[in-house]
Design a protein around this ligand. Structure first.
Ligand code: URA
Length: 240
């Protein structure tokens, strides 16, 4: 059982104070009846709550897919740049949301923003083998040697060894475009892996995480709420 004010705060209806004010004003109904006591207990699994007639999503956790634009940073706060949280539409906002993993400021594509720390940990842990695919445009052609080096596991200059990665050229007539598949998230990993092979990444976009794909419908800068099935698909097809 959970307190009504806590339940509403956790689901984005406002701060604890705002929510208590709302409840006392008579704007909140629990199972169809106006409830004016913030400390009323409800079963989060079965209780149905409305604020000013609008249903409150029963799920405590929210998972948002963003097609991250270049120029915003994957952080919750930044003194200089706009963050992915700053550009998150009002309807998707909850308390304590954060990007699950980072994309560089100039990288575009699939980013998940959530308030579920356990989920993020599982998705990002290399041992869980959740593969992330990136579309990379390079300043030169990818050779068989590059593909082989990725497959063997790239070693950075500081001795850090990357896990084996897959590199594919989707269009053999454009060998400066490659799809990279990795299950780690080291700082600037894809750019650094190509740099070891003498190539510079000129454009980078993440296109998938596990079996969840960005697709072509979500335009740059836009967001959508993921369904339970979408979230499950992230972990489908991996080894663990
Ligand atoms: N690898 C990079 O180099 N940059 C990113 O943003 C993501 C992966």
């Amino acid at each position: 059982m959970e307190r009504l004010d806590k339940y509403l705060t956790e689901r984005g209806a406002g701060s604890r104070r705002e929510v208590q004010r709302l409840i006392r004003s008579g704007a909140v109904s629990l199972n169809g009846t106006v409830c004016k006591k913030p400390d009323t207990k409800l079963d989060p699994q079965t209780g149905s709550v409305t604020v000013s007639g609008k249903n409150i999503d029963a799920d405590k956790f929210i998972y948002i897919m963003m097609n991250k634009p270049a120029g915003v940073v994957s952080a919750t706060k930044d003194n200089y740049d706009k963050t992915v949280i700053d550009i998150l539409p009002e309807e998707f906002r909850r308390r304590n949301m954060f990007p699950a993993g980072r994309l560089d400021k100039d990288t575009e594509g699939l980013l998940i923003i959530t308030n579920d720390g356990e989920f993020a940990h599982k998705m990002l842990s290399p041992s869980k083998k959740v593969y992330k695919q990136y579309e990379a445009e390079l300043d030169g052609e990818v050779t068989d040697d590059t593909i082989y080096a990725f497959k063997k596991g790239i070693m950075f200059a500081d001795g850090t060894k990357c896990m084996p990665a897959e590199l594919n050229i989707p269009d053999k007539s454009r060998k400066n475009r490659a799809i990279v598949k990795i299950c780690e998230g080291k700082f600037h990993q894809v750019k650094k892996m190509f740099a070891v092979c003498g190539l510079k990444v000129v454009h980078l976009k993440r296109i998938s995480i596990g079996n969840l794909y960005l697709g072509s419908n979500l335009t740059i800068g836009c967001c959508k709420k993921l369904t339970k099935l979408d979230v499950e698909s992230i972990f489908m097809g991996n080894i663990h």
